[in-house]
Design a binder for this molecule. Structure first.
Ligand SMILES: Nc1ncnc2c1ncn2[C@@H]1O[C@H](COP(=O)(O)OP(=O)(O)OP(=O)(O)O)[C@@H](O)[C@H]1O
Ligand SMILES: [Mg+2]
Length: 542
């Protein structure tokens, strides 16, 4: 038996950055790893069946046998579920016994271990130790152990011996094959009409992107039963299923945004930049030579429209908006957070072009710094290592909109060129911008803004953020309702006078932020310039 070693192997065992576990992202590299005789491979996926069919294909090409191990069947020759159950080997249900068997068998073989991940905790030190021994001895054999697990949780003792493979979600061509297979299976059924228009077919396949193969199979079966065939309705069913999946992943949320550029007051610098890129995701832009925009970091003062803008972009660009919940990464889910981030990235990529909105990214880095490898075993640092390398390597058109208002925690790596196309500084609104914001919110409350003295309102609300302007309108709306009057300029002015804006209480922080941003970030606002004149001053036309 001769196995040629490929010239270049992406060796994950000798990563130079200890904090960031380098993962082999492409599942297609599994064969390379097996040929290169990596003894222990850890595949992260829910899709055992897809792994098994690939392992079988690889084994066929290399003339190797396939064995499967699970808690119920023990170690048995690979085969259908029925065969596995029939050949069940209770003696090897104990993983330690099964591993001894692996060492005994001399033939070249691939061993797929299904439930082992659940036993890789510290309380099972014997299993961890056995795996390390196996890793050492399998290096000189034609045997490989492939551990399949839905999550990435590896005890530190095994980090150097295991190679992690990220199982990519199915591609369009996998779904096309699945669809053909289902159609083939049911086409004799007179109750079903499986003729499918080319266009619908494409829409169905596109909608499936982001699901696993078995999720896709289930939802296709569901729509087949419900609609007696595949049509426009199927696409809806699939999309709603996908929302469920995204929700279940725990960190991403499909965000239905009502905002658009007209509901954001001011920020013209940022608006223009974004509008210019609105068409940058089309094929036409690609062939013109434009790269897909990568992302933008909105940095700035609280309540000035950063999150609002993130929501508006998706409407303007007509792309789905996925909100990434940073808080949850460091919440109770820390254990599985690395895996969740990877799935979030995969889902976002699979439904791309899309916008990935990471609100308050500074919070995340606060977590990653305080952990420093102590409090959570370096999980947060790794999670964001994963994230940062994705930011610079990504090729899928996923546009990242990140917002932050505390720069002191942002790591320099994040701000380095290549991660974001641009960093914008969102400052307090200028007078003209405040007029604009009053206009937006009065309209939102169903009032005719022409009946208000916007100039005066904007003048008196100097130093107010957009959020504070909105709040002043709301509070005077309450007063007016109570007094059975309508909303008036006077009423709003009264509310403004009663408010101490954050820019007063936090003036030092805001100054620091401005200092930091000058020269480093591009202004999102139109410059204050001449529109901030004091009221009553004579305007000269020179
Ligand atoms: N430029 C603006 N135009 C219109 N409304 C605004 C603007 N800025 C803020 N608002 C109003 O204030 C609310 C809060 O603003 P937003 O959440 O976007 O602030 P932020 O910059 O993300 O603040 P934080 O840093 O605290 O997250 C918005 O939902 C919106 O109603
Ligand atoms: Mg915000």
């Amino acid at each position: 038996m001769s196995e040629s070693l490929p010239m270049e192997i992406n060796d994950t065992r000798t990563g130079t950055e200890p904090e960031v576990r380098k993962t082999v992202r492409k599942f297609s590299e599994l064969e390379v790893l097996i040929r290169a005789r990596y003894p222990l491979i850890y595949v992260v996926t829910w899709e055992e069946q897809r792994v098994l069919s690939l392992v079988n294909r690889i084994a066929g090409g290399l003339d190797k046998k396939v064995f499967e191990w699970s808690l119920t069947t023990g170690l048995v020759s690979g085969g259908t579920e029925a065969m596995l159950q029939k050949n069940k080997d209770t003696a090897t249900q104990d993983p330690l016994v099964a591993m001894d068997k692996v060492l005994e068998i001399v033939d070249p073989a691939l061993y797929v271990f299904k439930d082992l991940h659940a036993m890789l905790g510290r309380h099972n030190m014997a299993i961890i130790r056995r795996l390390r021994e196996i890793a050492a001895s399998l290096k000189n054999t034609y045997k490989t152990i492939v551990i399949v697990s839905p999550m990435l949780e590896i005890p530190p003792e095994l980090e150097k011996d295991l190679t992690v493979v990220d199982f990519d979600l199915p591609r369009a061509k996998d779904f096309a094959m699945l669809l053909d297979r289902i159609i083939e299976e049911v086409k004799g059924n007179p109750k079903l009409d499986v003729n499918i228009h080319a266009e619908t077919r494409e829409a169905v396949i596109h909608a499936l992107m982001g699901l696993t193969l078995s999720e896709a199979e289930n939802v296709l079966a569901k729509t087949l039963v419900r609609h007696r065939g595949f049509g426009e309705k199927s696409v809806e069913v699939i999309l709603s299923e996908k929302k469920q999946v995204i929700l279940k992943s725990g960190m991403l949320e499909y965000y239905e945004s009502q905002e658009n550029m007209a509901t954001v007051g001011g920020l013209d610098g940022l608006k223009t930049w974004l509008l210019k890129r609105a068409v940058a995701f089309t094929d036409k832009a690609r062939s013109f030579g434009l790269p897909s925009p990568r992302g933008v970091l909105l940095l700035g003062v609280q309540g000035c429209g950063k999150s609002l803008m993130a929501k508006a972009i998706s409407q303007v660009w007509r792309l789905p908006l996925l909100r990434f919940d940073v808080g949850k990464v460091f919440g109770s889910l820390v254990g599985s957070s690395e895996e969740n981030v990877r799935r979030a990235i995969q889902v976002a990529e699979s439904i791309s072009p899309a916008i990935l909105w990471i609100d308050e990214i500074d919070k995340a880095f606060r977590g990653s710094q305080s952990s420093g490898g102590n409090t959570d075993g370096g999980t947060s640092a790794r999670v964001f290592g994963t994230f940062l390398s994705w930011m610079s390597d990504k090729t899928a058109p996923v546009f990242v909109v990140a917002t932050a208002n505390d720069i002191s925690h942002l790591p320099p790596e994040l701000l380095r060129k290549g991660r974001f196309d641009e960093i914008f500084f969102v400052d307090l609104p200028s007078k003209r911008e405040r007029m604009n914001i009053f206009d937006v919110h009065l309209k939102k409350k169903g009032r005719d803004s022409k009946r208000f003295d916007l100039d005066r309102l904007a003048t008196v609300s100097k130093g107010f953020s957009g959020a504070e302007i909105e709040e002043a309108i709301t509070s005077s709306l309450f007063d007016a309702f109570y007094e059975q009057k309508d909303l008036s300029t006077e009423g709003i002015l009264e509310a403004i006078r009663q408010t101490v804006p954050l820019s007063k209480t936090m003036s030092e922080q805001i100054d620091d932020l401005r200092k930091w941003a000058s020269g480093r970030a591009r202004p999102a606002n139109t410059p204050e310039s001449a529109d901030e004149e004091e009221p009553g001053k004579r305007k000269l036309e020179l």
